[in-house]
Design a protein. Structure first.
Length: 374
């Protein structure tokens, strides 16, 4: 049987083959472009939805950080602890206080201050640094700090307990001048008559930065619970969405309250004292650029910064008693939508390859049709 060669093809056949090739290529490229554009729209919509859900999740986690201890303080305010007048009476409430700290591991300590200047704190000794700081016995799990004001200087004691709240050691200390009535958490709670959350400050006993939840009792005393900025930052770090996303809490002046890298928010430069850094002091050109736009705003937008597109959310945290506080979330779009971009890229390549596969089929069909007519 004679074999049809390219030279045997009529000019009209070559024209038909050329036209079909052009049509196939145009159709393939057109479909690829169409799929690219449609999937890009879907990706952007998906990105906004995903980012919105993530923002809500992060805000919910932050609320959960505060709300359980706030509810615990409300219950403690109803107890008879506020009506006690001696250390012996107050120690009867240690199991109740300890349970609150066990149920709320984000808390650094729990305490109560009285209008007389008396003070009772229970602190879990969770870290080696705390155990070293207070020279705690090896078996100690809890430490009580108690101040009993008297006619002269107040009597201050540290008591150490094991995990069963059995006393291990009691130490009487020199009065260091601590007076709960002069502390920010006490005066703000008494002044407001309601539960409050302080702005960050340096804790007296550990020199850590943190914030205090406090509420007054009917008797005039004030209950307080400390939450360190390290714990806040740890929460942000756990919820970091992608490798290079940026998460931070800050006040209306741009002072950073919590950052996923807690070591970067403290300024310990000589002569300045310990203080919190601002947006533009974290060593990030990205955050420094945002600082120019102002801090006290709420928005969800996309920005091109540092050579790539970022999805940005700035929102105010809505929590009763919390001073004006904002949450900023910045995520590189390529990381946020990495899987969607991969699917889009594969879809485009599949469309182009399918179009190229159709070309020889079209050639075979046309040459076969020409042969039958011949």
């Amino acid at each position: 049987m004679a074999r049809l060669t390219s030279s045997a093809l009529a000019p009209s056949t070559w024209v038909l083959l050329a036209v079909s090739t052009l049509v196939a290529l145009t159709l393939g490229v057109g479909l690829a472009i169409f799929h690219y554009q449609q999937q890009s729209k879907v990706i952007l919509n998906t990105g906004e939805t995903l980012f919105h859900h993530f923002s809500q999740q992060l805000e919910t986690e932050l609320l959960h950080l505060y709300q359980p201890p706030a509810q615990a303080l409300n219950l403690l305010a109803l107890s008879d602890l506020s009506s006690t007048i001696s250390l012996e009476q107050r120690l009867n409430y240690l199991p109740q206080l300890a349970q609150v700290l066990v149920d709320n591991p984000q808390l650094n300590s729990l305490y109560q201050g009285w209008p007389t200047g008396d003070y009772l704190m229970l602190r879990p000794l969770r870290t080696p640094s705390l155990r070293t700081r207070f020279n705690a016995p090896a078996e100690a799990v809890w430490m009580v700090w108690h101040i009993q004001m008297g006619p002269g200087a107040g009597k201050t004691v540290h008591l150490f307990y094991d995990d069963q709240l059995q006393i291990l050691e009691q130490r009487e200390l020199f009065n260091d001048g601590y007076d709960p009535r002069q502390r920010l958490w006490y005066s703000q709670a008494r002044g407001s008559g309601a539960q409050i959350i302080t702005t960050p400050y340096i804790f007296f006993s550990t020199s850590e930065f943190g914030t205090t939840l406090a509420r007054p009792t009917i008797s005039g005393s004030v209950l307080g619970a400390d939450l360190t900025l390290g714990q806040l930052s740890h929460t942000l770090a756990k919820l970091q969405l992608t490798a290079h996303s940026q998460l931070l809490l800050y006040d209306p002046e741009g002072t950073v309250i919590a950052y996923h890298d807690v070591a970067r928010i403290l300024n310990v430069a000589q002569g300045t004292g310990l203080r919190l850094k601002g947006f533009n002091e974290l060593g990030s050109t990205l955050l420094a650029r945002l600082a120019k736009d102002g801090y006290d705003q709420e928005r969800l937008t996309s920005l091109v910064l540092e050579g790539q597109r970022w999805t940005l959310s700035q929102s105010r945290i809505d929590l009763d008693g919390l001073p004006e506080t904002y949450l900023a979330i910045l995520v590189p779009e390529r990381e946020l939508l990495a899987e969607a971009y991969r699917i889009r890229r594969h879809s485009v390549w599949i469309t182009l390859i399918a179009s190229l596969v159709l070309l020889p089929l079209a050639w075979l069909f046309i040459t076969g049709l020409t042969r039958r007519r011949g």
